[in-house]
Design a protein around this ligand. Structure first.
Ligand code: HEM
Length: 359
């Protein structure tokens, strides 16, 4: 069957697609950064609890205290890219969501349980006997499962050629595990999250040291080590991901190919600089460099999606039905919402610093 027959007709967009793409990339950057902090710190706490047989440490205590906040921010910052992604790629995203509907809808349940457990863990007494480590580890596993389903959907949406499997398995249980890019893509996200999670821990304790906490030095080094070794490992996984792409997919001689290579090369150079700073426990310059890497890698990811979808669709084909005023109103409300969230973050940080009291 011709997979093109399975792609619905797209709706018209209210402004030039370039604006929507810019908003998608900007909001996705925020979401992925927050997701990295949530999933990465959860994974580091998971290893910490297993290694210390459930005994608490300042690092695991920090993660357990922060988890309800980080999950909430990640989820809320996921909404905007989902909206922009649906406007630009709805005909692909809706279809892949239906093919894996059971797992896609299960994400709602997984996140509700993870969020509830994160609050529960936070309010249990510290210590191995209290059940707190077990609850925190379970929360981390639920977050990993959520990420797994996200990678399934966002890789399935750009592979319409595989959609006809639906007719043999019409139960909404299709995953994208047969795609050779799937495992390196998932690992690239998770190991990247561990790196950023380590850096977030280092930055928190750097701030604590500036407040006079002498014992914080040890945990700055701990976070920076997680950051550096995960970044090193992720360079290898990134190469694996690149090698798993169909041969000759993005010819370097084309303008897309040149831009793709520029994003990858620029991202790698900044990652190398971040690694250097991480290994010398300099968390702030490491953060500056890795944020540039993240932005460039998300750019490369977007070019890859455009190339994979090129046989079926390009953004230029989206019909335009100009409606600038509602769009401007939307952007204003979005900006006001972001300002409100930034204001809330100040309360959050103050509450965390005060040992986890509610703001
Ligand atoms: C803590 C829970 C979450 C985790 C661990 C998580 C994880 C991820 C991961 C790993 C990706 C990358 C997928 C890929 O490109 O292969 C991703 C992308 C994305 N997530 Fe989340 N996510 C979470 C919550 C949410 C929520 C609740 C929403 C929506 C309300 C959301 C919206 C998105 C969108 C729209 C993208 C991709 C956008 C695009 O590529 O255009 N996420 N997420």
């Amino acid at each position: 069957m011709d997979p093109a027959a399975l792609i619905p007709t797209p709706d018209a967009i209210p402004v030039h697609w370039g604006w929507l793409q810019l908003l998608l990339q900007t909001t996705l950057f925020c979401h992925i950064l927050l997701m990295n902090i949530t999933v990465g710190t959860a994974c580091i706490a998971l290893v910490g609890y297993i290694r210390d047989r459930g005994a608490p440490s300042p690092c695991t205590e920090l993660v357990v205290r922060a988890m309800p906040f980080t999950i909430a921010f990640t989820v809320n910052f996921g909404v905007a890219p989902l909206l922009f992604g649906q406007v630009l790629y709805g005909q692909f995203l809706y279809t892949s969501s239906i093919l894996m509907a059971v797992f896609w809808l299960a994400i709602v349940g997984l996140l509700i349980v993870a969020y509830a457990l994160a609050y529960f863990a936070k309010h249990l007494p510290a210590g191995s006997g209290s059940g707190r480590p077990a609850v925190a580890v379970l929360t981390a596993l639920l977050l990993l499962a959520t990420a797994f389903f996200f990678v399934n959907n966002f890789s399935l949406m750009q592979a319409p050629a595989s959609w006809s499997r639906y007719f043999a398995h019409p139960r909404g249980l299709l995953l994208n595990l047969g795609d050779p890019t799937f495992i390196p893509r998932f690992l690239h996200f998770i190991v990247g999250a561990v790196a950023i999670g380590g850096l977030a821990i280092a930055l928190w304790f750097r701030w604590r040291r500036s407040q006079g906490e002498d014992s914080a030095d040890r945990w700055i080094g701990h976070g920076c080590r997680w950051f550096s070794f995960a970044t090193l490992a992720n360079a290898g996984i990134g190469l694996w991901f690149l090698a798993s792409l169909p041969h000759g997919l993005i010819p370097p001689a084309t303008s897309t190919g040149r831009l793709f290579l520029l994003c990858l090369a620029g991202g790698s150079v900044f990652a190398l600089a971040a690694l250097f700073f991480g290994l010398s426990n300099r968390a702030v310059p490491a953060l500056a460099c890795i944020l540039v890497t993240l932005a460039l890698m998300l750019g490369a990811r977007s070019l890859l999606r455009a190339t994979l979808l090129a046989p079926w669709f390009s953004l230029e084909q989206l019909p335009l039905a100009p409606a600038t005023t509602p769009f401007m109103l939307f952007v204003l409300i979005l900006a006001a919402g972001l300002a409100l969230i930034a204001w809330m973050m100040r309360f959050t940080l103050r509450a965390m610093d005060g040992g986890g009291q509610q703001p």
